[in-house]
Structures are given as structure tokens and as C-alpha cells.
Design a protein around this ligand. Structure first.
Ligand code: BJW
Ligand code: ZN
Length: 252
């Protein structure tokens, strides 16, 4: 399947492209998505048990061990052809990458990321006083089910990952920048997100409400598919290199 001709032209002519990415962006690097029923990150765990402040306050050892496993996995994988394509796109267009992912695969592929709207796994800080903790935690090869988090040198509080848990407010600047980019871009790409989690799932509407075309790249239908200008069915690593070809004005 290819992109309709009018959208091909819009992509070629666009000067400013906003790209919202979700877990599907990193799936082909070997990072499971959240909501895949077979091997998704939450197939074995209840998110409400692990991805909240309350869970960390009650069971810091269990939650810290879970994030150490995630950190170990992300350190062991590489950006895929989709990440690399977006980095290439950024060499000849203004590309604002807005990601819900807490990994660093866009940066490692060479993209400038405008906003990590759900924070960063490696941006550790104190759970009590919020001071940054600029260390790499020691990650054993075999991570036990429970591991005590490090302690803050200033106040003795537990160290937590710098991600946004359910019920927490998104980093204000990151979200404002994301809204601004979606409101001012010439075209928007939405890659590998179910669109279920708010308020990130509402960002494509900032573009759609202004009449800006939004192209979704996803192998499966999502909550956004009925609303976007065009759902381009396929994976990030398959489709994004083709987006680069079209954006260069070459024939797909
Ligand atoms: C591919 C592919 C390939 C596969 N190529 N594609 C109504 C009821 C109850 C609660 C709420 C509500 N409305 C809003 C809320 C609040 C809540 C929320 O949205 N809940 C929903 C579950 C309904 N939101 C929040 O709490 C947010 N904060 C907030 O709203 O603050 C204000 C407030 C404060 C107090 C009270 C109320 C409001 C914070 C949200 C934080 C989200 N954090 C997480 C986890 C971080 C921790 C961790 O990493 O462990 O962020 S949730 C998780 O979902 C993670 C992701 O960034 C996020 C989005 O998931 P994503 O990326 O879309 O992944 P999937 O797995 O869902 O989808 C993958 C997609 O990829 C699929 O479509 C596949 O088809 C596709 N795919 N292979 C391309 N190769
Ligand atoms: Zn502290």
C-alpha cells in the first residue's frame, strides 16, 4: 500500500513535521509494547501494581527491580530502521519528535527529541526531594524479583526512575512544547501508539483541529485510526524509510 498522491505532495512540500511516537516505534528493536496481549510489558504485570507513586511507596524493591529489568533491556537493544529514518528526515526538514517512550533510542539514532512527554527511564531523581541522581545504577546480569533502590545523598529518600506514572502530571514544558509543535507543523506523523493514554493521545487533535494532515503508521487499528487523515498500515521500520523517500520528492 502507498500513500495517497495528495499526502505525498504534502509530505514533500512540508517544512515542519511533528512526529508523535509510542511503544510500537521501539517494538522492532526488541522492546515489547505495553498493551500487546501476548508479550506486552503488562501481559504479566498489572500496571496499577507497578506504574504508580503508590506502588513505589508501598513496594519500592519490587518496582525498582522491574525498572532495572527495563533499563537492562533498553541498554541491550539498538535503534531500528524507523528510528534511523526519522533521524535522516531531520537532516533536511524541521522535525519535532515527541515521544511517549521512556527509552533513548531516538537520541541514539541521531534525532533531536523535542519532548519526552512521559519522561526518561534514565533520568533518575529522589522520590522525596526530587533532586536529580546522576548515576548509572548497578545492574546485575540476573536481576532478582526485588532490589532495594539507591538512597538520595541529600535526604535519604529512595531513588526513582524519571518517568511519568499514572496519576502524575506530565512535565509541563515538555507537554506545552508538544502542543505548540502539533499546532504549528505542516504535517504530523503518529507512529506506534494505541492513543489510549491521555493527555498524549489527544496531541494529534491539536493538528487535526487546524486542518493539518495527520498520517498514522501502525500495523493495527488504534483509537486514532478513525480520526486521522490517513492510516498507513505497516510497521515503523517498514514505512518510515518510505516516508523519507517521499519527503525527498523521490518516487516511492
Ligand atoms: C507498532 C508496531 C510497529 C506495534 N510499528 N507500530 C480515564 C479513566 C482513568 C484514567 C484516566 C482517564 N483519562 C485519563 C486518565 C489518566 C491516565 C490515562 O490516560 N489512563 C488511560 C489508561 C485511560 N493518564 C495519566 O494518568 C497521565 N497523567 C495525567 O493525566 O495527569 C493528570 C491527572 C492527574 C491526576 C488524576 C487525573 C489526571 C499520566 C500518563 C502516564 C503514562 N505512563 C505510561 C507508563 C510509564 C511507566 C512505565 O514505562 O513503566 O507510559 S503508561 C504507558 O502507556 C507508557 C506509554 O508511554 C503509554 C502509551 O502507550 P503506547 O505508547 O501507546 O503503547 P501501547 O502498547 O498502548 O500501543 C502500542 C502501539 O504500537 C499499538 O497500537 C500497536 O499496534 C503498535 N505497534 N508494533 C508501529 N512495529
Ligand atoms: Zn532526596
Amino acid at each position: 500500500m502507498s500513500l495517497p498522491a495528495a499526502l505525498q505532495l504534502a509530505l514533500t512540500e512540508a517544512r515542519h513535521i511533528a512526529v508523535l511516537t509510542g511503544a510500537g516505534m521501539s517494538a522492532e528493536s526488541g522492546v515489547p509494547t505495553f498493551r500487546d496481549v501476548r508479550d506486552g510489558l503488562w501481559a504479566k504485570y498489572d500496571p496499577m501494581t507497578l506504574a504508580t507513586e503508590e506502588a513505589f511507596a508501598e513496594e519500592p524493591d519490587l518496582v525498582w527491580a522491574w525498572y532495572l529489568r527495563r533499563a537492562q533491556l533498553i541498554r541491550s537493544v539498538q535503534p531500528n530502521a524507523g528510528h534511523r529514518a526519522l533521524a535522516e528526515l531531520g537532516t533536511f526538514k524541521k522535525v519535532d519528535v515527541i515521544t511517549q517512550n521512556v527509552d533513548d533510542l531516538h537520541e541514539r539514532a541521531g534525532s533531536r527529541v523535542l519532548s519526552h512527554v512521559h519522561g526518561g527511564l534514565f533520568d533518575y531523581r529522589c522520590f522525596d526531594c526530587a533532586r536529580p541522581w546522576q548515576h548509572d545504577p548497578e545492574i546485575p546480569d540476573e536481576i532478582p524479583e526485588r532490589v532495594s533502590p539507591p538512597r538520595c545523598r541529600a535526604c535519604g529518600g529512595w531513588i526513582r526512575p524519571g518517568i511519568v506514572w499514572f496519576g502524575e502530571v506530565l512535565p509541563r514544558r515538555a507537554f506545552e512544547d508538544a502542543v505548540e509543535a502539533c499546532s504549528t507543523c505542516d504535517i504530523m506523523l503518529v507512529v506506534g501508539t494505541s492513543g489510549i493514554v491521555q493527555p498524549a493521545g489527544s496531541l494529534p487533535f491539536a493538528a487535526l483541529e487546524r486542518g493539518t494532515p495527520v498520517i498514522e503508521v501502525n500495523p493495527e487499528e488504534s483509537r486514532l485510526s478513525d480520526y486521522v487523515t490517513h492510516w498507513w498500515q505497516g510497521t515503523a521500520a517498514e514505512i518510515l524509510p518510505r516516508v523519507v523517500t517521499i519527503a525527498r520528492g523521490q518516487v516511492d
